[in-house]
Design a protein around this ligand. Structure first.
Ligand SMILES: [Zn+2]
Length: 318
């Protein structure tokens, strides 16, 4: 049974979402379905009259913008914004291969977190595929910098994250999160963290065409020393947890799960994309390794998610 843990996984059934883009304010439908071994995450966009673009790999080399969200260029002038919460859920929930089909230019924001995606993935479960999982093992430290902000990938025997943020806001201030990835920890401690913004910025953002779909139902809104959302925060340090959620999504654009440590200070989508560019700029910065060659005890088999054991979540092919 232990060997199943090292095999690739895809969704056991398709999952569908309808909502609005947080920036565009436009309605959109998104489906995530299974994909063959070694596909990674693929994305295609349905156009008018049922036409669909050819699926392309969700990859950092396709990132065209990192202003407030991560936007992918699918070619032929077609783009998809705010992909990071979808890829965060896929990566965080241990999915290797998936096809994302979307009928608009921005992924639905839903509740502003990755929980609706993660919950749907958990509900359908993962199908084990007949190939080894592969990991991107960090061999040399790589750092991307912007003034005092940085994002770094470092060699480490596991999957670890160390993020710190520092906002000029009493309710946020400095927050740090050190996180060793497991399915349960991602689901419980990260996936529910919502995106956030400041009430003082709302007018300027909207005039610039951003945040047109944002509301208290999908974004934490900070005003002076409190949040405007009636229910308050989901975690006391929800802000840094959302930055971790974003980083997990952005880093999955490397194409394979990372085996190493991610370290960032005041990071964001741009630095996350830059550190991947830096990683792939030299071949000796990384190695692609089979899961069988890694100590995978980090993914404990006795974990439970919403009453499901990991063995119930991962389903061998019939
Ligand atoms: Zn986000």
């Amino acid at each position: 049974m232990q060997k199943l843990n090292t095999r690739q996984r895809t969704l056991a059934a398709a999952i569908e979402f309808s909502g609005y883009g947080v920036h565009s304010g436009q309605p959109v439908n998104l489906m995530i379905s299974s994909a063959p071994i070694d596909s990674g995450y693929l994305i295609c966009r349905t156009l008018e009259k049922g036409a669909v673009t050819a699926p392309v790999k969700v990859h950092f080399s396709r990132v065209s913008r990192t202003t407030l969200c991560t936007t992918l260029d699918l070619g032929d002038g077609i783009s998809v914004a705010t992909i990071e919460h979808v890829t965060s859920a896929l990566s965080g929930m241990g999915v290797d291969n998936a096809l994302i089909t979307i009928d608009g230019g921005e992924c639905p924001i839903l509740d502003g977190s990755a929980r609706p995606f993660a919950e749907a993935i958990l509900r359908v479960g993962l199908e084990i595929q007949p190939a080894q999982r592969k990991f991107l093992k960090i061999m040399r430290a790589v750092t991307a910098r912007n003034n005092d902000a940085f994002a770094a990938l470092e060699p480490y025997n596991g999957r670890s994250f160390d993020l710190e943020i520092d906002f000029d806001s009493k309710i946020i201030g400095r927050q740090r999160m050190i996180f060793d990835w497991t399915l349960r920890r991602y689901y419980d401690d990260v996936s529910r963290a919502r995106t956030f913004g400041f009430a003082r910025d709302a007018k300027i953002l909207r005039q610039a065409g951003y945040a047109l779909g944002s509301s208290l139902d999908n974004s934490i809104t900070v005003h002076e020393d409190h949040v405007l959302n009636p229910g308050g925060l989901r975690y006391e340090d929800e802000f840094v947890r959302h930055k971790l959620l974003d980083a997990i999504g952005d880093l999955s654009l490397g194409g394979l799960p990372i085996w190493g440590r991610f370290h960032s200070y005041k990071g964001g989508h741009a630095l996350n994309a830059h550190v991947l560019t830096g990683l792939f700029s030299r071949e000796d910065n990384y190695e692609i390794v089979d899961a069988d060659d890694l100590p995978l005890e980090f993914q404990a088999f006795d974990e439970q998610l919403e009453g499901l054991t990991i063995n119930q979540y991962l389903r061998p092919v019939r």
